[in-house]
Design a protein. Structure first.
Length: 169
């Protein structure tokens, strides 16, 4: 069987770090993934998905150190389903990605061009540079113990995705 997911999106908030009882670092963050398509009437539509990403071990520590809200990332991992029961007794679920690699997409060239003083030509647009992936030390299934995804969270379950008006893009 194959369970492999590739996503590019922007962080909707700063990463959260926690440690499992075994001492393994776990960093979680949410990304917004935009999809543009044409409907039956050929009108351009845009849909945004909010996806939770969990990283472990060295990858988790690296993500916690370098990622911030608004940063663009390329994530590779496995699809999971995060399920919980809300205070109202209704069962809820959402997709979750257990990341095996996260690439930080460098958009400095675009930021520098936007910040150039008026009247001065900006540097020619460069292709965004992608940092090398930070791989986990062991395969996910062998190196990471199963854990309660809702441990340490309130009974209300995971936070709902950020509203669109709070996103930096």
């Amino acid at each position: 069987m194959l369970n492999r997911v590739f996503l590019i999106g922007n962080l909707t908030r700063d990463p959260e770090v926690r440690y499992l009882p075994s001492g393994v670092a776990v960093t979680s963050f949410d990304i917004a993934v935009n999809e543009r398509y044409r409907d039956r009437n050929q009108e351009l539509r845009e849909e945004t998905l909010f996806i939770r990403i969990d990283t472990f071990q060295k990858l988790a520590e690296t993500c916690a150190q370098y990622l911030k809200k608004g940063k663009r990332v390329f994530v590779e991992g496995k699809l999971r389903i995060d399920s919980w029961e809300g205070k109202d007794g209704v069962k809820r679920s959402r997709p979750l990605i257990r990341a095996s690699a996260v690439r930080f997409i460098d958009t400095r060239a675009a930021e520098e061009a936007a910040a150039a003083p008026a009247g001065q030509p900006a540097r020619p647009a460069e292709k965004p540079k992608v940092a090398e992936p930070v791989e986990v030390d062991q395969p996910l299934e062998e190196g990471i113990p199963e854990y309660d995804i809702n441990a340490g969270r309130s009974e209300a379950g995971p936070e709902e995705p950020a509203p669109n008006d709070d996103l930096p893009f």
